[in-house]
Design a protein around this ligand. Structure first.
Ligand code: ATP
Ligand code: MG
Length: 352
């Protein structure tokens, strides 16, 4: 089957297919309108011009939604995303971008936050098994093309565990000596846009990782927590209110023009990051308590992991930022889909 891994984050949608093609766009959806006059300066085939028609409705997705929507696209921040109409648009768009031309059976692997896994897994499975959407691209890298999205097989994994698998094993082979030693503890901290997931596994007698549930959790703190202190810093400097939609660009550039004058927000950004990192550290350590000292290695994932790695150094002496950290879950999902198909193939051979 054609395998794809999709990580629907609160901040950004990340996806990868078995050919290595990747997609990444902000989790924003707005109602589409005629763009004739608006696309000034934007390449109609760039990811900043994602415009799709699904059924009879057309939508702006990602950065185009941020820029163009009349009502102002907002980041969806509800805990149960399954029933939101935006989820359908984001999932359909991401999957369509990852599908090659032609009809073929697709295996989707995706995840749910650890804390919602048990309660939402069955419902999410049903939702994805019944998922069907025809996506027509009116703009973006697949402009002019159409894909029908449906999933013949669906794998749902607790978020973080797939990234952990990726950190510890290479094709089922342990990457570190410690992984082969029963009793050793490893942790993963995934700093996202709205949430930070943390998980701990213990290597079992069979050398497989077992989840230590009492040391896992989700804290409602992430890169979006930087917004408030940054807005306060801006307000202090200018007396004005900084709108949320300008923040991603300011975070990238560190500076902005305000009333013709360039203002430098780098110090405010640094302080806001340090503050969020402290909050994450406190939340994680208060869940781990003295067990924290027994952990061999902590892996850091998520876009926030990349942003905060320097500020989180004092959390533990051995803390590794995963390569390609923001994509770690999506890559882990794809790997899980591969492993599942491998197991199924092996079982079939066994039956014969
Ligand atoms: N290299 C980087 N440096 C700084 N910031 C980054 C980097 N990469 C990504 N980010 C930012 O990190 C934030 C979190 O990214 P990520 O994609 O992990 O969140 P998410 O998975 O959407 O959120 P959640 O896990 O809460 O659902 C994004 O807002 C992104 O802009
Ligand atoms: Mg995430």
């Amino acid at each position: 089957m054609f395998k794809i891994g999709i990580d629907l984050g609160y901040g950004e949608v990340k996806g990868i297919n078995e050919n290595g093609r990747r997609v990444l766009f902000p989790s924003l959806v707005g109602l589409g309108h005629d763009r004739n006059s608006d696309l000034f300066g934007t390449d109609a085939e760039s990811m900043d011009a994602l415009h799709v028609k699904i059924g009879d409705e057309d939508y702006f997705v990602g950065n185009l939604a941020r820029k163009e929507s009349l009502a102002g696209a907002s980041v969806t921040l509800e805990a149960n995303k399954i029933n939101l109409p935006e989820t359908r648009v984001l999932m359909a768009t991401a999957a369509a971008l990852l599908l090659p031309q032609g009809i073929m059976p697709v295996h989707l692997a995706t995840g749910l936050p650890l804390e919602e896994y048990e309660s939402q897994k069955a419902e999410f499975h049903r939702y994805l098994n019944n998922f069907i959407a025809t996506v027509q691209f009116l703009g973006g890298p697949m402009q002019g093309e159409t894909r029908t999205v449906r999933f013949l097989d669906v794998t749902i994994i607790p978020q973080g565990l797939s990234a952990m698998q990726l950190a510890l094993y290479d094709n089922n082979k342990p990457k570190f000596d410690e992984v082969a030693r029963p009793g050793n503890l490893f942790a993963l901290i995934d700093v996202g846009f709205r949430t930070t997931d943390f998980a701990v596994v213990e290597i079992g007698q069979n050398k497989r990782p077992m989840l230590r549930k009492e040391l896992c959790g989700t804290a409602n703190v992430g890169m979006s927590s930087i917004y408030r202190p940054l807005q306060q810093a801006f307000n202090k400097m200018t007396g004005r209110i900084l709108e949320e939609r300008h923040i991603p660009r300011i975070l990238e550039e560190g500076k902005m023009f305000f009333r013709g004058k360039e203002i430098d927000l780098r110090d405010g950004i640094r302080k806001a990051r340090a503050q969020v990192a402290r909050e994450i550290r406190n939340r994680v350590l208060s869940a781990w308590k003295s067990e924290a000292d027994l952990i061999r290695r902590i892996f850091l994932a998520g876009g926030g992991g990349e942003a905060l790695v320097d500020h989180l150094a004092d959390l533990h002496p051995v803390i590794d930022l995963l390569d390609d950290a923001q994509m770690a879950n999506a890559r882990g999902y794809l790997e899980a889909a591969r492993m599942k198909e491998g197991r199924e193939a092996a079982a079939k051979v066994g039956e014969k």
